[in-house]
Design a protein around this ligand. Structure first.
Ligand code: ADP
Ligand code: MG
Length: 414
């Protein structure tokens, strides 16, 4: 079976071998087992379900949370010569009809939809007649209220799956899932004795640094200027901060764009594309930017403010260095960041139990900023990895210590 999968990898996608984790996940799916795969950003989750989809009979249904994400995936598949399509609200009614018609005729190997689409009765009818045998849930952490990106529409998945006349094989994929989120995914999607694979969370090519921010603006200006020819992302906490920082950096001649939810759809689409095609090198954005964006040569991710928790941080920072080349992840923090995040939690999370949980996670983030220990170890242990070595020699804390040692050596010589 896995031999066939390797053939597909080489023939369609032009890669020579599977990456860590991909082979196990594919093997499990091809055996017909429900599978939950937790693999870090950039690990290659898409291929881990696209290859089984090519080997299974019929059309595979992929549930995906974002319109831009579906489009990227389908565009990539079409380039590789894989018949795929998406149906979502960005299409005209006529286009939707023609695609549905194509789906009904079995024209596509993969069909991407948002979970909202499952609320339409006629669409559910279509899916029943298709007898989908393999169903993929991408960004599966969206189903959990404990996750950092809960989408209520993902809750439709459970009842939908139950309503199907025959149960498909289910593949659930995510980059971040603590144990409680994993348990939620298994429960809410009713995964049947699932195989769960957690691929190492480590991203050895990423260097992690934390800085206590005094002159954040000047720091960012200096850094971006020194890296002017390299693509980078700067995350800020609020739209206003994004607007300010972007215009500040633009004044110094940097090719810098911005992205946040307050902008129009066409404007966002345009800056996103400009960034993908290196028309602009720096993207200043809120966390609205990035889920699923596959730009492999991002060389640095700066957090201008501390994010609300480690899950969010690691996912955003992980957008650096997806090509395996070195990347830098810099986190600037100040006491005001903690005040802001606490305020946001107080305002938006109403249920007491969830609020407690969010505040606990925020504390984890604060601890990371102040930790004197190896930052990589702190991250990996947060995500439940055991036996992590004490020092990585590729984070600001490990490197600082090395400097201290060096200074001591110098002093001894004197
Ligand atoms: P994610 O796990 O974040 O969803 P993607 O599926 O978007 O990651 O894959 C990240 C990148 O890795 C893509 O550019 C993809 O083409 C590449 N990739 C995936 N599998 C392999 C492989 N076996 N060999 C080489 N490159 C791969
Ligand atoms: Mg992905």
């Amino acid at each position: 079976m896995i031999k066939k999968a390797l053939e597909v990898l080489q023939r369609y996608f032009g890669f020579t071998q599977f990456r860590d984790g991909q082979q196990k996940v594919i093997g499990s799916l091809l055996q017909g087992l429900d599978t939950l795969a937790i693999m870090p950003t950039g690990a290659g989750k898409s291929l881990a379900y696209q290859i089984p989809a090519l080997l299974f009979k019929g059309t595979t249904l992929v549930i995906s949370p974002l319109i831009s994400l579906m489009k990227d995936q389908v565009d990539a598949l079409l380039q590789y010569g894989v018949p795929a399509t998406f149906i979502n609200s960005s299409l005209s009614l006529n286009e939707v009809r023609s695609r549905i018609d194509g789906v009904a005729r079995g024209k596509y190997k993969l069909l991407y939809i948002a979970p909202e689409r499952l609320e339409s009765e006629s669409f559910r009818g279509l899916l029943e007649s298709l007898q989908v045998s393999f169903l993929v849930i991408d960004e599966a952490h969206c189903v959990s209220q404990w996750g950092h990106d809960f989408r209520p529409s993902y809750l439709h998945l459970g009842p939908f799956l139950k309503s199907l006349p025959q149960k498909p094989i289910i593949g659930a994929f995510t980059a971040t899932a603590t144990e409680e989120v994993q348990a939620d995914i298994v429960r809410l999607l009713e995964l049947d004795k699932p195989s769960i694979f957690v691929t190492g969370f480590d991203r050895p090519n990423l260097m992690f640094s934390t800085f206590r921010g005094e002159n954040k603006k000047e720091f960012v200006l200096g850094y971006t200027k020194a890296h002017a020819d390299q693509p980078g992302i700067i995350y800020a906490a609020t739209r206003k901060e994004v607007d300010n920082l972007q215009s500040f950096l633009a004044k110094s001649g940097l090719k810098v764009g911005k992205y946040h939810a307050g902008m129009s759809d066409p404007d966002r689409q345009k800056t996103q594309e400009d960034f993908l095609f290196d028309e602009i090198t720096v993207m200043v954005a809120t966390n609205a930017f990035g889920m699923g964006i596959d730009k492999s040569n991002v060389r640095y991710v700066i957090h201008y403010n501390m994010p609300k928790n480690m899950e969010a941080y690691y996912q955003e920072a992980g957008r650096a260095g997806r090509d395996g080349e070195p990347g830098e992840c810099l986190l600037l923090f100040s006491p005001q960041d903690v005040v802001l995040q606490r305020f946001l939690i107080e305002q938006t999370v109403l249920q007491p139990e969830r609020k407690m949980n969010e505040l606990k996670k925020l504390q984890g983030m604060v601890d990371y900023c102040h930790s004197p220990r190896c930052l990589r170890k702190t991250i990996l242990e947060y995500f439940g990895e055991e036996n992590v070595q004490a020092k990585c020699d590729n984070c600001s804390n490990c490197n600082d210590e090395r400097e201290i040692v060096d200074i001591t050596l110098e002093a001894q010589k004197i």
